[in-house]
Design a protein around this ligand. Structure first.
Ligand code: AMP
Length: 190
């Protein structure tokens, strides 16, 4: 069996990460794991994890590294991911989580961390245009600031290990998909 694809994907809200993750799943058969979705599922199901996570998420804080590392470690060991590979979305959110991921996957375990890069001005326009109730100018600005504070050190962590690959997300959806797919193909072939 060939080495399954293992990626992390980053991108600001409004960068089109969700759509592009669907394309990765369709094209490569990888499993998309969004830790935000996992937590929202646990909240909806009323599990012990969900009960713990709900207040933290409602406050806009981060769930603890211990909890997140445990969730991801267990999920990565499941057969579907062992066989088909994974795109991690929303994890790692801290450098401690990045270290934990490196421990779980081992040396050469990760093909790359992809930064789907769309400038702040553009995602702001996109979010304003979709007009959701929480998409006020102030709300958008705060979420983007938080992303910057939270994510930059993690991007730097991957860059320092030569694992960060930036994909220019400023184009039509189909064009960005082609850029992303060819980037991943070259990662897998190299
Ligand atoms: P997201 O959908 O990725 O924005 O995640 C929604 C919320 O879930 C975040 O605001 C955090 O409270 C929590 N969360 C998701 N992933 C993580 C993570 N890797 N570490 C800590 N908290 C997380």
């Amino acid at each position: 069996m060939s080495n399954p694809i293992r990626l992390v994907i980053f991108g600001r809200q409004g960068a089109g990460k969700g759509t592009q993750c669907v394309r990765l799943v369709e094209t490569f058969g990888v499993i998309h794991v969004s830790t935000g979705d996992v937590l929202r599922g646990a909240v909806a199901a009323g599990t012990e994890l969900g009960l713990k996570a709900k207040a933290i998420m409602d406050a806009g804080d981060l769930v603890s590294d211990d909890i997140m590392n445990g969730i991801v470690r267990e999920r990565l060991a499941e057969q579907d991911i062992v066989e088909n590979g994974v795109v991690l979305d929303g994890y790692p959110r801290t450098t401690a989580q990045a270290e934990a991921l490196a421990m779980v996957l081992g040396d050469d375990g990760l093909h790359a961390a992809i930064d789907l890069d769309v400038p702040v001005e553009e995602v702001t326009e996109r979010m304003k245009a979709r007009g959701r109730a929480d998409d006020t100018e102030e709300g958008i600005r705060r979420r983007l600031e938080l992303y910057e504070q939270e994510t930059r050190p993690v991007l730097n962590w991957f860059a320092a290990r030569d694992l960060l690959v930036t994909v220019d997300g400023l184009a039509e959806e189909a064009v960005v998909t082609e850029r992303l797919l060819s980037t991943v193909r070259s990662l897998v072939e190299s």
